[in-house]
Design a protein around this ligand. Structure first.
Ligand code: HAM
Length: 411
């Protein structure tokens, strides 16, 4: 579990601000659910046989004897909350987004942490492929607004529980013909949930899968139609995608659409986001029969990619106001207060002491504009303004500081 600060945290903040703006524009509203949920919430949604539930949960018994889990993801909690508060009982679409910490007891590596952050969006109440497209367009416009253009969507359809047995039968037969080539975990997976064999990261298993039966060849008519229409819409909207017949996702609740976006910029090919349709989960967790679609981005991974592609996160550096002497210190507090009340970014030097020391700090902090207020300036009703990049110096009338600083910041 990591501490976040400095340049990395600035990216987190910038991403979060952009996310809120983008999602609210589409009519999504924020939801915040607790970090602790009952164990059953995840067992019944993410799935008993998933790696998350089997190996990665921070679960414990609390002082009241309840079995609780530090949430490994947020979809199950959002569904639990929406059911509990009867938010899905009308026929209206319900659109939520969230930003929050998740916990998985995973092996640490670059981009994989035990406490990590997700930004997610979940849309409830609409089963159409247009709903998938709306959510994906929001996602890609958000990523583009952050300055990421070259990401490609890996897309698949995992069908429905009705369409899966025929695929599973064909897949089991395929597996049995070459079972010696698969790892021990895959031998367990083929019994518990054959789809997961497709997701195995062991290279020999991936090689043994060559020519495997594809879920897409076993889809029911409705899933197939949904998938084809979504691909047409994405093409029409200019959202690039590749079809990946092995993409099955590590969570059990998906039906029809499943997708991920990978980035080569974070070492081992890692997904920066994933999601899909989950039309059966709300009912399965005890709610009404409401279809849903959603995704979650790994904020830690997204920040890492952005730092590599774009360098430092955009941030307006505040001006630094340096008073010299006690009389100026009082005047500077008053001036700074006036500037803050007008929404201007100003940091106030309150240590007193020599100008040289304050200027050296300004340099280290990356301050671009310094306002100096000494006795001379006070008597003349001015401040001295120094631009750190050029060393340029000028004098502003005290009454004009706010307006000139505003104009200066806009440049
Ligand atoms: P997920 O694929 O398990 O899906 O996680 C989504 C994203 O969270 C991943 O693509 C990754 O970027 C990030 N992530 C996962 N584990 C870690 C980790 N240990 N360290 C850093 N980042 C990580 C879900 O969680 C689903 N709830 C997504 C969803 C929402 N499906 C429908 N709605």
């Amino acid at each position: 579990m990591r501490d976040l600060f400095g340049a990395e945290l600035r990216w987190f903040q910038h991403i979060e601000e952009t996310a809120r703006r983008c999602f609210e524009r589409h009519g999504y509203r924020e939801i915040r659910t607790p970090i602790l949920e009952e164990l059953e919430v995840f067992k019944r949604s993410v799935g008993d046989s998933s790696d998350i539930v089997k190996k990665e949960m921070y679960d414990f018994t609390d002082k009241g004897g309840r079995q609780v889990v530090m949430r490994p993801e947020n979809t199950a909690g959002v569904v639990r909350a929406a059911i509990q508060h009867k938010l899905l009982n009308s026929n209206d679409p319900v659109l939520f987004y969230y930003i929050g910490q998740q916990f998985r007891y995973e092996r640490m590596q670059t981009g994989r942490y035990r406490q990590f952050w997700q930004i997610g969006a979940e849309s409830f109440g609409v089963a159409s492929p247009e709903s998938d497209a709306e959510s994906l367009v929001m996602l890609f416009d958000f990523l583009r607004e952050l300055g990421l253009e070259k990401l490609t969507l890996s897309l698949n359809s995992v069908g429905t529980p009705e369409s899966r047995p025929a695929f599973q039968e064909a897949f089991r037969a395929f597996f049995q013909e070459r079972e010696a080539s698969f790892c021990a975990d895959c031998h367990r997976r083929i019994e518990e949930n054959p789809l997961r064999v497709l997701d195995c990261k062991v290279p020999t298993c991936q090689a043994a899968l060559e020519g495997h039966p594809r879920i897409s060849d076993f889809l029911d008519a409705a899933s197939l139609q949904h998938h084809e229409r979504l691909k047409d819409l994405l093409t029409e909207l200019g959202v690039p995608f590749v079809e990946d017949p092995r993409l099955v996702r590590g969570l059990d609740y998906y039906t029809k659409t499943a997708f991920e976006v990978l980035s080569g910029d974070i070492g081992a090919q890692s997904a920066i986001l994933g999601g899909g349709r989950y039309d059966l989960l709300v009912k399965h967790l005890g709610g009404p029969d409401v279809p849903a679609f959603g995704w979650a981005i790994g904020l830690d991974r997204l920040a890492m990619v952005l730092q590599q592609v774009r360098g430092a996160a955009p941030q307006a550096a505040p001006a630094l106001l340096i008073p010299l002497g006690e009389r100026a210190a009082t005047a500077a507090l008053k001036l700074a207060r006036e500037l803050w009340s007008k929404g201007l970014d100003v940091q106030l030097e309150t240590r007193g002491g020599a100008l040289k020391k304050a200027m050296a700090s300004a340099n280290r902090m990356g301050i671009q504009t310094v306002l100096i207020l000494g006795d001379g300036e006070l008597d003349g009703g001015t401040v001295t303004v120094k631009r750190m990049a050029t060393g340029e110096q000028e004098s502003w009338a005290l009454g004009e500081v706010a307006a000139r600083l505003e104009a200066h910041t806009e440049l």
